[in-house]
Design a protein around this ligand. Structure first.
Ligand SMILES: NC(=O)c1ccc[n+]([C@@H]2O[C@H](COP(=O)([O-])OP(=O)(O)OC[C@H]3O[C@@H](n4cnc5c(N)ncnc54)[C@H](O)[C@@H]3O)[C@@H](O)[C@H]2O)c1
Length: 252
């Protein structure tokens, strides 16, 4: 097993990509710490992991709130005494259909907080545990729109921010044997899409998108979980400051 004996925190683990990542890590031997503002969702995912023979804990936390982030990491320190892996998955797009002229300050701030601030705060707190133990793997969730998007503005900016923040901490933390990398998925089929768009619109969008990708399909949460697993494992010990596009070849 590739993550035997590792303690791994996966944020956003009630959602599509986070839950797939937590399940995959548990199957690879990690003890998984699940954190999400959706505690019931988190609990359900943990129950499934435990039913498969895995181990971990579930935590409720709004990761845009500094006090709640600090409390989460204090709980981790108290229960486990260390943290080997942090995968920052929590996020989303609060402003998915804006025009440039129509950018809304409230939604823009929500995007920056939900994606960038939460990631920065979790990395800060994780570093306080990882630096003294001289070991850590940090995997942050960017998005293929870090390259820019004609339809997502504050979201793309927040994901671009995650890319540059990840490179910055990779430079600062390498001497402590902590790696930091980012994932940049294209469209991944998660339940949040049909929930937001309705089944029919989502199906049409997924088919049209798949036809544009060289590999002829959209991604699955498991595709992203596999990439997170690689970057979190010791096989990736000489890789840091990188962004890995999980995109079926989109935007080559
Ligand atoms: N699905 C895609 O096509 C896609 C593509 C590129 C990047 N991403 C990124 O992947 C990540 C996961 O997205 P997903 O597709 O699994 O969506 P999702 O909605 O299923 O999961 C997101 C999870 O993050 C949690 N979350 C959001 N804000 C939070 C907060 N403040 N505190 C705690 N938890 C919070 C939500 O409760 C949810 O469980 C996001 O960062 C998203 O931007 C998704």
């Amino acid at each position: 097993m590739r993550l035997n004996q590792k303690i791994a925190l996966v944020t956003g683990s009630a959602g599509g990509i986070g839950s797939a990542t937590a399940r995959r890590f548990a199957r690879e031997g990690a003890t998984v710490i699940l954190a999400d503002r959706d505690f019931d969702g988190c609990r359900r995912v943990l129950d499934g992991i435990v039913a498969e023979g895995g181990a971990g804990t579930a935590h409720a936390a709004d990761l845009t709130d500094e006090t709640q982030v600090v409390a989460l990491f204090s709980a981790i320190r108290e229960k486990y005494g260390r943290l080997d892996i942090l995968v920052n998955v929590a996020g989303g797009d609060a402003e998915p259909s804006a025009t440039v002229e129509g950018i809304d300050v409230e939604l823009m701030s929500r995007n920056f907080d939900m994606n960038l601030k939460s990631c920065i705060l979790c990395c800060r707190e994780a570093t306080k545990i990882m630096k003294p133990q001289a070991y850590g793997r940090i995997v942050n969730m960017s998005s293929l729109v870090y390259r820019g998007s004609p339809g997502q503005f504050s979201y793309a900016a927040s994901k671009g921010g995650i890319f540059s923040f990840t490179r910055s901490i990779a430079m600062a933390l390498g001497a402590s044997s902590i790696t930091a990398n980012a994932l940049a998925p294209a469209i991944i089929g998660v339940e949040a899409f049909p929930r937001a768009l309705g089944e029919e619109r989502w199906k049409a969008m997924a088919e049209a998108t798949a036809a544009r990708y060289p590999l002829g399909r959209i991604g699955t949460p498991e595709d992203v979980a596999s990439a997170a697993l690689f970057l979190a494992s010791d096989e990736a010990s000489f890789i840091t400051g990188q962004v890995l596009e999980i995109s079926g070849g989109a935007r080559l």
